[in-house]
Design a protein around this ligand. Sequence first.
Ligand SMILES: NC(=O)c1ccc[n+]([C@@H]2O[C@H](COP(=O)([O-])OP(=O)(O)OC[C@H]3O[C@@H](n4cnc5c(N)ncnc54)[C@H](O)[C@@H]3O)[C@@H](O)[C@H]2O)c1
Length: 213
Amino acid sequence: MAGKNIDKIPEPTLRRLPWYLSNVKLMRERGETYVSSTQISKEINIDASQIAKDLSYVAITGRTRVGYNIDLLIQVLEDFLGFTCIHRAYLFGVGSLGGALLRDTGLKQFGLEIVGAFDVNPELVGTEINGIPIFHTDEAEQRVKESGVNIGVLTVPINIAQEVTDRMVEAGMKAIWNFTPFRIRVPEKIVVQNTSLYAHLAVMFNRLNETIK
Ligand SMILES: NC(=O)c1ccc[n+]([C@@H]2O[C@H](COP(=O)([O-])OP(=O)(O)OC[C@H]3O[C@@H](n4cnc5c(N)ncnc54)[C@H](O)[C@@H]3O)[C@@H](O)[C@H]2O)c1
């Protein structure tokens, strides 16, 4: 079963793997040394065969009936997901959302370190949040080029999302984590990940309405 699956890993699998990781870590805290896909399935209510299939993308071998060595599974998942190596990023737009991301200590545990931020607000430029320096956006191009940082977090107002994106790409960014609701356009090969908290809210409200009908 180990690493036999050589196809491109599907996005839903990539989104489930961190979830398995968190729960497997919890199981280790409870003293488990081996864990099977059936056990993980009971914890998170996902079909065991789906879990086994997802884990087949990761280079780990489980033992029939016993399951996976828990320490090894955690290590392999963390490596596979890129959480063990730190990816450095710059954040653009230190408003209510950008500021919250700078204050979040959880990102680093998932392999993302925001090393600096850019804004145009003179009250913010020259200050820092959580030890992260805030520079003027006009310095972005030079700082990105000099640092070799290739991930940008986009938290600027929607009306300038494309303009700031263009500057990020020009400076050499290779991946953009886009929190704005704007569908930014980028050249081929630039990775864009759009993230919205509100999209999940709509699902929750809809399901809630169904249960209280
Ligand atoms: N994805 C989500 O779940 C989610 C949640 C909240 C907000 N948002 C989006 O995130 C963005 C920011 O929201 P907010 O509430 O933090 O807004 P905000 O107005 O509080 O912050 C925007 C910040 O961007 C700065 N800015 C303006 N022009 C800039 C430039 N050229 N370069 C760098 N910084 C610049 C502003 O000075 C300000 O500090 C918006 O597009 C909003 O729609 C998304």
